[in-house]
Design a protein around this ligand. Structure first.
Ligand code: PR8
Length: 466
């Protein structure tokens, strides 16, 4: 892809995903096709969370006094908050924040709900819109001012151990989520200076976009007892003592959908993983005047057969050239296309084509059809994931030479290096190279730091970020 940002911008419009012409910067409309991709994506994360979490829905407005209570948190967000100051013509006594995230909306309520150890753990989540007056360059789905699809989970636990386990649980949930979307990821612990405002530590999932820039697609924060102390969230433990809870929170956003589009897409258009594609199969009747009814009848029969197996199927019977239909469904990334024309009917076959491969395959129009199509769909899902992981593997490069980092990053790579963990040295590395340290991948016990005489402690990632 020559110019990814341009491609991305165009595909959103051409594939009917979002329309960014809404007259407020950083806010866009979800168009019908995009809305469906979003719906299927959200259903995956919802189903994963529903096993062990409960869905709730909080108000969008937060009183200033609550937002301001947690000093570090509010400092992290103060430049990004939208304020509601009036109700009609009346100045409000207290201005109200449009939630940039919901810690300060939820935790005062957690303080009311949690009384005893039997009330714990609490594991709630909501999928809502949040607002952040982003000052960096806004981009549709990637950096928006109204995050329309903000999945935020908030948990409270009796012990630190449980909260650390919860972090691991979230990591597993997100892995499964991204695996279902065929998305590769890099997991790292953010450096101290880049953790969530108010968190003890932040674990992040990043993905490498086709232009080599990384995008943070999910974060998991261990909040320790910071918010518990601010909002007085205590419980009576088994030993009769009153203690503060330990908390975690985790979020993903519209960026996940941006990644599905960006990572799998190619020049000709989207390539959607079957699990989230609005249509998993698109049937294209090849219509001539003669035999039109038979062809359409057969297409409908195949559609019903595949739908009865639980597949999402559409039939494009628009009165336009088949070539145009192929072009359109290639652009929209349908995983499998089936073509049926009069000659196919005579031979009792359909011509199938996977979106991720050029090859056309003839499938018999008999009892074996549904299984054969299911097989193509599964292979598409697997193959998209495999090539995305391969791309990532090829684009993570290790170096022991600080000077080499810019050259590697500019060539579209994320760079891995050894670091001593010292904050000053870390910031110097960022300053010298001009890139951001994503975080620590793992602890190590050999080698020297790339930028000092210290022993190395961590395998660390650095990249050009969105
Ligand atoms: C939290 N509190 O808020 P987080 N546009 C699109 N996506 C975004 C944007 C934006 N402007 N800003 C952030 N994200 C915690 C966890 C409740 C849930 C996405 O965490 O500030 C990023 O992918 O790290 C980020 O990882 C996620 O939202 C959560 O935001």
């Amino acid at each position: 892809m020559e110019n990814f940002d341009e491609w991305f911008h165009d595909i959103l419009e051409n594939a009917n995903i979002t329309d960014s012409r809404y007259p407020i910067k950083g806010m866009a409309i979800w168009m019908p096709y995009g809305f469906q991709i979003r719906k299927h994506t959200m259903n995956i994360i919802k189903n994963l969370l529903d096993k062990d979490h409960e869905e709730v829905l909080f108000p969008m407005l937060i009183p200033e006094a609550e937002l301001a209570k947690e000093g570090i948190h509010v400092k992290g967000f103060e430049e990004e908050v939208y304020w509601v100051t009036k109700g009609g013509q009346t100045e409000l006594n207290e201005q109200l924040a449009l939630r940039p995230t919901s810690e300060t909306a939820m935790y005062p309520m957690y303080a009311l709900w949690i009384r005893s150890h039997i009330d714990l753990p609490i594991k709630y989540y909501q999928i809502v819109n949040t607002f952040r007056y982003e000052t960096k360059h806004t981009r549709p789905l990637i950096r928006v001012r109204e995050i329309t699809t903000f999945k935020e989970a908030h948990t409270a636990h009796a012990t630190k151990e449980e909260s650390d386990e919860q972090i691991q649980d979230f990591i597993e949930i997100y892995k499964t989520f991204f695996d279902d979307l065929g998305l590769p990821y890099l997991i790292s612990k953010r450096p101290e200076w880049d953790k969530f405002p108010g968190a003890d530590y932040t674990m992040a999932f990043d993905i490498i976009m086709p232009n080599g820039k990384t995008l943070q697609i999910g974060t998991i924060h261990n909040l320790g007892q910071t918010f518990a102390k601010t909002f007085d969230i205590t419980f009576e433990d088994k030993d009769g003592e009153h203690k503060y809870v330990y908390q975690t929170c985790a979020g993903v956003s519209d960026r996940v959908i941006a990644s599905v589009i960006g990572v799998h897409g190619e020049e000709k258009g989207l390539r959607l993983p079957p699990k989230v594609s609005p249509n998993q199969v698109t049937i294209i009747p090849i219509i001539f005047k003669k035999g039109k009814e038979e062809v359409l009848g057969k297409c409908m029969e195949v559609k019903e057969l595949l739908e009865s197996k639980g597949l999402r199927v559409n039939m494009d019977d628009r009165d336009i050239r088949p070539g145009k239909k192929f072009f359109d469904w290639e652009l929209k990334g349908t995983p499998v296309k089936l073509e049926i024309g009069p000659r196919d009917l005579e031979n009792n076959i359909t011509v199938a084509m996977r979106r991720d491969e050029e090859e056309k395959i003839e499938l018999p129009l008999d009892d074996s059809l549904a299984d054969a199509v299911m097989d193509l769909i599964e292979k598409t899902q697997e193959n998209l994931s495999k090539s995305a992981w391969e791309f990532q593997k090829e684009h993570v490069k290790f170096t022991e030479d600080l000077e080499e980092i810019p050259q590697l990053v500019e060539a579209g790579n994320v760079v891995k290096f050894r670091w001593c963990g010292d904050e000053e040295i870390g910031k110097q590395i960022e300053e010298k190279t001009g890139y951001d340290i994503l975080g620590i991948q793992e602890e190590i016990s050999e080698g020297k730091c790339i930028a000092s005489d210290n022993d190395a402690k961590y395998m660390t990632l650095i990249a050009k970020t969105y």
